[in-house]
Design a protein around this ligand. Structure first.
Ligand code: AGV
Ligand code: CA
Length: 313
């Protein structure tokens, strides 16, 4: 392995911005992606694995191992959100990529992250844009892998702003990635890993708006910018009854791997609630556990980076 690159293991859950995050990661020259796990949270697993593999294939990186999570969160995502990779796989650039992978033949996600960390000579950065369940399970099963982790970047939490979970028995204080598996999320905080959360507090500042899409379209003679524009176009009908706006949630978290200097981090102590009415809420508390949250970002620099990366392929 090339030691000048940052080794990254990617945990995602198959939503449109998770797949865009995979594309962005694969454009980063300073990153070597060493494994990808897919969790059936904000997706149905089979089409999301197909999208994942096809994106890897577009970059000639289909040899990167993909794991299938068998964990089922306590709080399921709405079905309307989970079916999006079906549409992704039918896009003109992806539909004819030969695909014959059996998702059930893939390694289990917990085994894959544990064995990848065990076998790695150098420390690994873990990027999570879905729930944290596989990582937490792997650490409980094989605690020695902790010393192989140089950092964990998680799109998760809502600390000083309201959450995005709107459902029964809930006061809307939680962010979905935390809420899907609140027990694992609580345990993650308790582990006090070198964790940076990119929470809703910050992602709320970076919507996917028409101005952005219009600017990106100027680069649509580039294959990747064109495909990314098609992915994002699918998000503008974001189910009105839940939320009108789609944000750069996972994409912002992913950009942190290449652009940490444009973020301001804050050291906090926090806990996760595991019961109604605020199940999955991330709560700042002086009795809490140490972690960092991203508090500010240079928005212009972030959007500029996206145009640059997506137009250079
Ligand atoms: O809470 C944000 C997380 C991110 O990882 N996901 C979407 C991103 O992948 C859940 C989510 C919140 N609102 C959504 C979501 C929406 N309107 N559509 C799809 N997913
Ligand atoms: Ca996600």
């Amino acid at each position: 392995m090339n030691s000048s690159k940052k080794l990254v293991f990617f945990e995602h859950d198959g939503a449109i911005d998770d797949l865009l995050s995979l594309m962005l990661l694969l454009t980063m020259k300073e990153v070597e992606l060493i494994g990808v796990n897919v969790t059936p949270a904000d997706c149905y697993i089979e089409p999301a694995i197909e999208s994942t593999w096809k994106i890897l294939k577009l970059f000639g990186k289909e040899q990167i191992p993909v794991g299938r999570s068998r964990i089922n969160g306590v709080n399921a995502f709405p079905g309307e959100w989970r079916a999006r990779p079906e549409v992704v796989n039918a896009l003109p650039s992806l539909i004819n990529i030969q695909y014959s992978l059996d998702p059930y033949g893939l390694p289990d996600a917990v085994d894959l992250i544990a064995s990848t960390l065990n076998n790695c000579q150098e420390p690994v950065t873990i990027l999570m844009t879905g729930p944290c369940s596989n990582l937490v399970e792997a650490l409980k099963r094989e605690p020695q892998i902790r010393k192989k982790i140089s950092g964990v970047v998680w799109m998760g939490g809502a600390f000083r702003t309201s959450g995005n979970v709107q459902t029964y028995q809930h006061d809307a204080s939680a962010e979905w990635n935390v809420f899907w598996d609140p027990i694992s999320s609580k345990e993650l905080f308790e582990m006090e890993l070198p964790l940076v959360c990119i929470p809703l507090d910050l992602t709320n500042q970076v919507p996917v708006d028409r101005g952005f899409l219009s600017e990106l379209a100027k680069y649509s003679n580039r294959k990747l910018a064109d495909l990314a524009g098609q992915f994002w176009a699918m998000t503008v009908d974001t189910i009105p009854s839940y939320h009108y706006t789609y944000f750069m949630w996972d994409v912002l978290a992913t950009s942190f791997l290449a652009l940490d200097e444009i973020f301001v981090l804050e050291e906090v102590k926090a806990i996760v609630s595991d019961r109604p009415p605020n199940e999955g809420q991330t709560i700042l508390s002086s009795d809490g556990f140490n972690l960092k949250i991203a508090a500010q970002v240079d928005k212009e620099a972030f959007y500029r980076y996206l145009f640059y990366q997506f137009s250079s392929f």
